[in-house]
Structures are given as C-alpha cells and as structure tokens.
Design a protein around this ligand. Structure first.
Ligand SMILES: Cc1cc2nc3c(=O)[nH]c(=O)nc-3n(C[C@H](O)[C@H](O)[C@H](O)COP(=O)(O)OP(=O)(O)OC[C@H]3O[C@@H](n4cnc5c(N)ncnc54)[C@H](O)[C@@H]3O)c2cc1C
Length: 627
C-alpha cells in the first residue's frame, strides 16, 4: 500500500535520543525526513534517570554540541540542577551533570523538531525494510503502508521484541507504557543481519510527599554555573536539590531472602545487563563485603511529585521492592508510583556496521543508539548524530564522517562498537579512551567545531563565536608567556595565603604552572590581568594548556605513534583464511569485522600482537608490489 505520496530522502525509525539527533541533523542539512516512532507523545523520553551527563557522558554531550547536535542545548534549557562533578580533580575527569525536567526536556526537543518544515513526524511501528539489490529503498509499517527513501536510520532503543520483567512475571513492552516493536528484528534477520539480546533495568519512582528528607543528606547544585552548549547566553534557571540516603543490613537481608524471585537470578532473562549500572540485587550479591550502597533521590521535574530512586534498579517483585525501599532512611513511609523493572530487548551487534554506522550488508541502512548495544542517552544521541550526518552523506555521495579515537569520545565509542565484539550494554567511561587528557569536555569545540562546520552543521554565526574564542585563547597565551609579575612583599603576602612564595619575578605562565595557582590568584596579584576581564571559558583553556603542557605533548606524541598503524590500509578483498602463520582466532575475528586499517585490526579483542606484526610485513610487501 503506498498512498499519501510517501517519498522521503531519509526515514528515521524511533524518536528517542538517537532518533532526534539523526532526524534533526539530516533536516538541517536539507533532507526530507520521515521520523516514525511508536508514540509521538514520547519524543526524547528519558525512561531511566532524568539527568544528562556525568563522567565521560558530559564530554559526549559537549562533543555533540560542538558538531552541531542539539542535546546540549536542550539540557541547558531544561535543567533543574547543574553540577560539575570532580571539580577538585584534573580537567580530564571533570564532568558536568544536569538534572533535567523530564517533561520540559521532551517538550523542548519536540519543539525543535516541529520547527523543521522538512521533518515529517508519524506515529507508526515500522515492521519491515524494503531492500533491493543490497540497497535499502524504504520501510513498511504495521498497517502495510510503504514509505520510500534511499536511506533508513534505525534507532529503536529497547523496543525490538522487548519484554518487561517484574519478579517472575513478564509481559511484552519496549519500556513502561509503550508496546514492544515486532517485525523489524525478523526483517533484519531475513536480510542477513545478526540479532542478539541485552537487558537493562530502572528503579522505582516514589511520591515525594511520602519522603522524610530530614533523614537524608542534601545535594545542592553549583553556585558557579556551567553549561553544555558552546552557544553564548545560556538560560540561568532556579536550581533544586537532590538527596542522598543509603542501603543498610536490613535492605540487603530482604534482597538476599528474595533472590529466588529474581528473573535474573532464576535465568528467565538471557540478555546480559549493564556492567556499570547494575541492579541493587546485583550489587548486594557481587559486592557482598560492602555493608551499604549510596542511593540518590532525584526530582523528575518541577510540576510533579514523582522522584527517581537512583541506584535502586531492580527486577524483584513489586511487593518486595516496597519492603526494600522502606528500609532506607527517609523512605520508611514511601508510596511507590511506578515499580522498578528490567527489560530484555533485541540489539544488532555493531561489528556489522562500518565506522560511518552504515550496515556492511545493506547500503543506505544506518544504526544508532541502544540498538547498537549501548546504554545511555548521551551515547545514543552521539551515534544518532553521526548516523544522521552519514545518511545525508550517503544520499549525496559525499565523504562519510568517521571520527578517529584521537579526535573524540564519539570516535572512541564508535570504534569500540564496530571493532570489539561487545557482550554487555556499552557505556562511555573515561578509562575507555587512551587519550583522555586530550579529549576533555572543555575543549570539545576546539576538536570538533571545524569538523561540524565542514559537514554543514555549524552556521557562520556559531563558527564566529568559536573562532573568536580560539583567538582570545591564543592572544592570552602569548601575553602571559611574556608578561611578568614582580616578587614584591605585597605579591608574596597574597601568595602566602595559597602556600606559595616567589624568590624572584617571573612570567605569569611560569607561575600559573604551580599547582596552587589558578587564574583567580593571578588576577589578585596582577592588576593588568584583572582589568582584562578574560571570560571564564578562555581563562579555563589557557590555564589547562599551561599547567598540563608536558602531559598534553606526551599524549600528542602517542597519537602520532598510533597513527602510523593507521597508514597501513587493508584491502577490502583480503582473504584472511589464506594467510599463513596467523592464528585461527585472529583469522575469524578479522574476517567477521573486516577492519580498514592495521590500527583498527590491532584493537579488535582476541587479535594477537604477533599476528599484527605478520600482517604489517604482508601489507608492506603488498603495497610495495603495487608501486
Ligand atoms: C528500563 C530502562 C532502563 C534503562 N537504564 C539505563 C541506565 O541505567 N543507564 C543508562 O545510561 N541508560 C539506561 N537506559 C537506557 C536509555 O534509556 C537508553 O540508552 C536511551 O534512551 C537510548 O536511546 P535510543 O534513542 O537508542 O532509544 P530510545 O530512547 O529507547 O528510543 C527508541 C525509540 O524508538 C521507537 N521505536 C522502536 N521501535 C520502533 C519501530 N519499529 N517503529 C517505530 N518506532 C520505533 C520507540 O518508540 C522510541 O521512541 C534505560 C532504558 C530503559 C528502557
């Protein structure tokens, strides 16, 4: 059935965090987009915690913004608390976290989408793909309606064949209040794509009027506000606190006594759960020596009494959950609005896609978000953005955007997904990057905005903001490498407050290298610096570049070394089975993943360093023989 002239350039399936970025980026670039989703009132829904960012994830959000995506802007516009985590630690691990108003977040994102004349929203369940001669040509919904497009981006989250578990009961659903999506998994399998299962879970939601906050520790937002977006003039909003409570022996005893009612522990769920976001019963069993776990009470928004019980994910029966909750200080009389649950769903192991996030089997078919085996809004949005940009590049036969590991966390995330056989939901962590000192949240614009501009997502006005900032950083760096402060008694009496002393006058840059000295101190001792009124984000960059100069240079050297392996391109038609002297495990992995360079091959789990050396010699000979 084909009516309504259903011809589009791109079909995005799913309006979650990945789907919104994919649809918006394609539309911004000029494509006509169909955004099909199970429920248009659930656009950009946060089915888990109402928060954006945190360790490593904040860098992803800043990178999305630097490339021209929208997540940072939406988080800035709808926060009810902003906090810089690890603010006393080094810049590589500082992380912004926004507690969001869940409903406002969704409304703001929907508004952005509705402002694009070339995005066509449609409430529909896509059940089949139309593929001709190895190329996608459209999709079909549950009513048999056909939509044609040369590119399709699948961002289906936890919906494919989703099943919710609460205790030993289970029912079909993609997440609470939304049906599961049937048909599409089977369609993918029919077209030769492998599907596997994963699991994730969410904690209960409680009525805040039944909580005694006086028994908890208050967690306020920051006074010095930071934002995600590099766009100027971000909105200043009132902030609301979160609270901290803890589990205790009684909580743990109830959990242990009820493990026989857990679908995880009873083997009803086959899919592997997120290693870095375990359920409370997992934590109690795996870390049995730990007598207590932190539990954060977070508001879901301003216009609601619903609060989120962070750290208390569970799939135990609903009545057991209430008993467990009521052992927590302050929650003795808690009224549960929504029970915690686990959901098992289909995903498409991303080793079947290239770094552009396009399927290796079906041209024009892209995947982004949880369907690729990740967990988290930020990971999803980052992939959605890249999949969207590349769907457009595919349509126009222009160069695909494939970010390197040394350019970004987004590049690292995608490289990990497509070269490693991920077995549990993948979450971004700072430890996943070998270049984390270079890939900080504070310099995402310097790393990626020129790329966003090149691919058409950064407009001239935004680019001018960027170049002005970079010029200001350069200018200030040059100034402080020359300008001196004298070692007067007055200066030393100020420095003494910070445990510092100067024997002789020195350049500002030299003084700024000292661990106890920051820009605020320099302003105190040097009236010229004070009068210059350097903006915070410029001073922050100058300080980091001066203080960590040695470490940054060392990491830049590592990038240079690693890029040598990148120069060894592997021919597309290489037959690994015919190569002597490399292990069969290496042959299997390389045949399955088909890396494009030796650097990619070297990062594949199970590929031995000795085999890489053999391949290097072989590729050298091959390239030599073709000269
Ligand atoms: C129960 C639960 C617990 C979670 N726990 C955590 C956690 O602890 N930590 C964490 O970081 N993240 C967690 N998440 C994950 C987080 O919600 C997701 O990673 C994130 O939302 C994924 O974004 P996405 O865009 O890939 O998918 P989603 O946000 O899930 O969006 C998918 C969209 O696709 C639509 N869709 C699906 N199939 C079809 C179809 N066939 N046709 C049309 N539309 C379709 C759906 O309606 C939905 O709008 C949890 C999610 C759930 C559901």
């Amino acid at each position: 059935m084909n009516y309504l002239n259903n011809k589009y350039d791109v079909i995005v399936v799913g309006a979650g965090h990945a789907g919104c970025e994919a649809a918006i980026s394609c539309a911004k670039l000029g494509a006509k987009v169909l955004l099909a989703t199970l429920n248009v009132d659930h656009i950009a829904l946060m089915p888990c915690n109402p928060a954006v960012g945190g360790p490593a994830k904040s860098t992803l959000v800043r990178e999305i913004d630097a490339l021209g995506g929208v997540m940072g802007e939406v988080a800035d516009a709808t926060y009810i608390q902003m906090k810089m985590l690890n603010s006393s630690k080094g810049p590589a691990v500082r992380a912004l976290r926004a507690q969001s108003d869940k409903k406002q977040y969704m409304a703001y994102m929907r508004n952005i989408i509705e402002n694009y004349e070339n995005i066509y929203l449609r409430q529909a369940c896509i059940t089949d793909l139309l593929v001709e001669n190895g190329e996608v040509v459209g999709a079909i919904d549950e009513f048999g309606i056909e939509y044609s497009a040369r590119a399709v981006v699948l961002t289906t989250g936890t919906s494919l064949n989703g099943r919710i578990f609460v205790g030993l009961r289970s029912y079909s659903a993609g997440r609470l209040g939304e049906k599961a999506a049937y048909g599409l998994s089977e369609s993918l399998v029919k077209h030769g794509i492998e599907i596997k299962k994963l699991k994730t879970g969410t904690p209960p939601r409680v009525d805040k009027r039944t909580i005694d906050y006086s028994k908890m520790t208050i967690q306020p937002g920051d006074e010095q506000l930071h934002f995600y977006s590099f766009k100027p003039n971000r909105p200043v909003r009132p902030q609301y606190p979160c609270y901290l409570t803890r589990t205790n022996e009684e909580t743990h005893a109830i959990i242990k006594a009820n493990l026989d009612k857990s679908p995880m522990f009873q083997g009803l769920i086959q899919g592997v759960g997120p290693r870095y976001c375990p359920s409370i019963e997992d934590k109690v069993v795996r870390f049995s020596e730990n007598p207590s776990h932190h539990i954060f009470i977070e508001p879901e928004g301003l216009g609601t009494y619903e609060v989120y019980i962070q750290g208390f994910s569970s799939s135990l029966p609903a009545d057991v959950q209430v008993k467990m909750l009521r052992t927590l200080p302050g929650l003795e009389k808690a009224h549960v609005i929504k029970s915690a649950y686990a959901v098992e769903y289909d995903y498409v192991p991303a080793v079947q896609t290239t770094h552009s996030l396009m399927s290796k089997k079906i041209k024009g078919l892209f995947f982004g978000g949880q369907i690729n085996g990740t967990s988290g809004y930020e990971e999803a949005a980052a992939q959605g953005l890249i999949a969207g940009i590349n769907a457009f590049n595919y349509l126009n036969n222009t160069e695909m955007l494939e970010l390197s590991r040394s350019s970004s966390y987004i590049g690292t995330l995608i490289d990990d997904l497509v070269t490693k056989d991920i077995q549990d939901p993948y979450r971004m962590l700072t430890s996943r990057s070998e270049y984390r000192l270079l890939l900080r949240q504070d310099n995402a614009d310097a790393r990626l905005t020129p790329i966003g501009k090149k691919y058409g997502l950064i407009d001239d006005a935004q680019y001018k903001v960027f170049t002005d900032k970079q010029e200001a950083i350069e200018k200030e760096l040059s100034r402080i490498k020359e300008a001196k402060v004298s070692a007067t008694d007055e200066v030393n009496s100020i420095l003494a407050k910070y445990g510092e002393h100067m024997e002789r006058g020195m350049k500002i840059a030299e003084l700024l290298k000292r661990p106890n000295i920051d820009y605020a101190v320099i302003k105190e001792i040097d009236s010229v610096t004070k009068d210059l009124n350097i903006p915070y984000d410029v001073a922050e960059q100058v300080e980091i570049l001066v203080k960590y100069d040695g470490y940054l240079k060392r990491q830049e050297f590592q990038v240079e070394q690693a890029s040598k392996l990148d120069k060894f391109k592997i021919p597309d038609d290489i037959d690994y089975s015919s190569i002597d002297h490399i292990s069969s495990e290496t042959k299997d992995k390389l045949s399955k993943i088909r890396p494009k360079t030796l650097a990619q091959a070297s990062r594949i789990g199970g590929v031995k360093p000795a085999d890489i050396s053999i391949l290097m010699v072989m590729l050298e000979r091959h390239q030599f023989s073709r000269l």
